[in-house]
Design a protein around this ligand. Structure first.
Ligand code: MLT
Length: 235
């Protein structure tokens, strides 16, 4: 088994991919499931999300960190906790995370959403599903590498190594992520210090950063369900 941590899969089709957008899409997604949402639908764009409005459906999404006008909620795990969620179908669209999931879904056999909150559970499921290789796809911001996502990838690599020592052949991307994470044991400090973390704090979302740093708080691992066409359906 090899691990890769790359901005997006290139070349060969990934076997099992974990998409990471720790601030905040792939932190919010497991939170929504923990709160009782019955289904998540990820769309890459706003129009796709609006087209799915219907009874029992909430539209969740941000652009520039802020709630999209007319949507029921933004992309804040804190805000999600304050929203009645049980039994809802939630359509999510975010600036980078949902687009990264869509791109990954074009090629990967299995697509999971991972972050720090569900890292141990995501590592367990990826290990169970992978035939040869686990690819960590860091969403980043605007096509640029994000320190926050690379750090979260390192946390997941660390959990994978803990689960299955001597199993993995890490590539340099995974090794960079692991080294980064081991150099800063305080996940909150790491996320808060990233450019994205600083931008979210300026917008008043400091609590979301603290929520995103809570390792192993969630057992929920959103997993792409095939056959649902566009948008990506996840459980
Ligand atoms: C994204 O998709 O880029 C993020 O989740 C943005 C955010 O912080 O809400």
């Amino acid at each position: 088994v090899r691990l890769r941590a790359e901005p997006l899969p290139q070349g060969g089709a990934p076997d099992t991919a974990l998409v990471i957008d720790v601030l905040r899409a792939t932190t919010t997604a497991p939170t929504l499931l923990d709160l009782g949402a019955r289904e998540l639908l990820l769309t890459a764009d706003e129009a796709g999300a609006r087209a799915l409005r219907g009874p029992g459906t909430l539209l969740a999404g941000e652009r520039g960190g802020l709630t999209i006008p007319g949507f029921d909620l933004g992309n804040s795990p804190l805000e999600a906790q304050a929203t009645p969620m049980r039994g809802k179908r939630v359509v999510m669209t975010t600036s980078n995370g949902t687009g990264a999931a869509h791109l990954t879904a074009r090629t990967a056999r299995q697509v999971l959403l991972g972050s720090i909150v569900n890292a141990p559970a995501a590592a367990r499921l990826a290990l169970a599903l992978a035939e040869e290789e686990i690819t960590l796809v860091c969403a980043g911001t605007g096509g640029r590498v994000g320190f926050d996502d690379l750090y979260a990838a390192g946390v997941i690599v660390d959990d994978l190594l803990r689960l299955a020592p001597d199993t993995f052949d890490l590539d340099d991307g995974a090794w960079i992520a692991l080294t980064l994470c081991r150099a800063e044991p305080d996940a909150h400090a790491a996320l808060a210090g990233s450019r994205h973390g600083q931008a979210l704090a300026r917008l008043g979302f400091g609590t979301d950063i603290a929520l995103a740093a809570r390792h192993g708080q969630s057992e929920a691992v959103p997993q792409l369900v095939r056959g649902s066409g566009e948008p990506v359906g996840t459980l």
